[in-house]
Design a protein around this ligand. Structure first.
Ligand SMILES: NC(=O)c1ccc[n+]([C@@H]2O[C@H](COP(=O)([O-])OP(=O)(O)OC[C@H]3O[C@@H](n4cnc5c(N)ncnc54)[C@H](O)[C@@H]3O)[C@@H](O)[C@H]2O)c1
Length: 357
């Protein structure tokens, strides 16, 4: 097979990851990179000298040789780009969320399910080795009946007002991944929930939220997510895990962004597996997408637009639920200013965006 010809739109932090993985794989020909920022285009020229670097996305949609478009700008432009891509007969790899409002997200789901083209969205946890290992273990019956799903992700990551304003507060922007993975484990739909949040540093939106509840099949969950984890600590750290509890055994995972450790305590098997974390698993996503194009059969592990819309919708619902309860404000905006100042000058921190010109 010839490499798949692709145009990337949006060359910030995520766009850079896709380029790197696509270049490494040998299965992709990155023919175009589009970004509205001159600084990002300059950077793209350096990183992809063979590609056409453009500021107008139309060049990509108009090129009949481009098979796939990668939509890695922000949520405010995604809907129009998805519409243009499908209209031009191109397959789509989209970042999440797939649009900037629920109505538009559902519109995009309907469209994607109508067109004879492949699409996927980067719900990256689904492409990870550690969640797949745990799910296989559950399916083997090793933990008995799945009963409790506990998910936690707290890092000193993207701070309020740094970027991603169209993606919503931390529990929507980042938290939708954890909402999605809980649903993926449960293999059922959310039924009931109660959420508690806090407006850290007196910011207008909650930046930490915990939600617990049930799925239709009776499985219970708790999800904790926050980018509020010791931003001003001398040495920063994070806490990220899943804890999956069945009627007979447990399976869990913890990672430090470099290495993931899966511990499986089943009725007949006990394992401790330590492997590289795998970052955003973009190599896996791109490989599954390229294979789908080659074989004409969509890889069923690829997350679809519907999965993304459901995760987005429930992340918003949990935020809305939290706003209906006590919503304390703790800390001051001057602490937030100190955090933003620290992140502006950091070279190696959690979720730092590329600086824009
Ligand atoms: N799946 C994940 O794990 C994950 C992680 C982080 C971010 N994201 C998503 O990826 C997207 C990009 O995030 P990021 O962290 O790379 O942000 P970023 O700010 O680093 O990059 C966005 C880039 O898009 C460019 N851009 C904005 N509007 C544009 C337009 N209309 N046309 C072309 N270029 C445009 C900007 O100039 C910038 O270079 C966001 O929607 C975010 O929600 C997903």
């Amino acid at each position: 097979m010839n490499p798949v010809k692709v145009g990337l739109i949006g060359f910030g932090r995520m766009g850079g990851f896709y380029l790197e993985k696509m270049q490494k794989s040998g299965r992709w020909n990155v023919a175009y990179i589009c970004d509205t920022s001159a600084e990002s285009r300059e950077y793209a020229r350096k990183m992809a000298p063979e590609a056409k670097i453009v500021s107008d996305e139309q060049a990509i949609f108009d090129d009949p040789e481009v098979q796939v478009v990668g939509l890695f700008a922000l949520a405010d432009s995604r809907k129009e780009q998805i519409k243009k891509a499908f209209a031009a007969g191109k397959h789509v790899i989209a970042e999440k969320p797939i649009a900037e409002s629920m109505a538009s997200e559902w519109e995009m789901v309907e469209l994607a399910e109508k067109v004879p083209l492949f699409s996927t969205v980067n719900l990256y946890l689904r492409n990870s080795w550690y969640h797949k290992t745990i799910k296989d273990f559950i399916h083997q019956g090793e933990i008995g009946d799945l009963a409790i799903i506990r998910v936690c992700h707290m890092t000193p990551g993207l701070a309020p007002s740094e970027g991603h304003e169209y993606e919503g507060p931390a529990f929507h922007d980042c938290g939708m991944h954890y909402v999605d993975i809980a649903r993926w484990y449960a293999e059922s739909e959310f039924k009931s929930w109660h959420a508690q949040a806090v407006r850290m540093w007196n910011y207008k939106d909650p930046w930490w939220l915990q939600c617990h509840g049930t799925f239709e099949n009776g499985v219970v969950f708790d999800i904790t997510q926050g980018h509020v984890y010791g931003q001003l600590a001398e040495v920063q750290t994070h806490n990220s895990y899943v804890d999956i509890i069945g009627t007979k055994g447990v399976a869990r995972m913890v990672h430090d962004f470099k290495t993931a450790v899966v511990e499986l305590h089943g009725v007949s098997q006990t394992h401790r597996i330590v492997r590289p974390y795998g970052e955003k698993n973009i190599d896996v996503l791109c490989q599954r997408f390229a294979e789908s194009l080659e074989t004409g059969v969509r890889n069923r592990d690829l997350p679809c637009f519907r999965d993304a819309a459901i995760a987005s919708e429930f992340a918003w619902r949990f935020l809305e639920d939290a706003r209906g309860h006590e919503l304390p404000a703790i800390g001051t905006l001057s602490e937030l200013d100190a955090i933003l100042e620290r992140r502006r000058t950091m070279k190696n921190g959690y979720g730092l965006l590329h600086k824009q010109g």
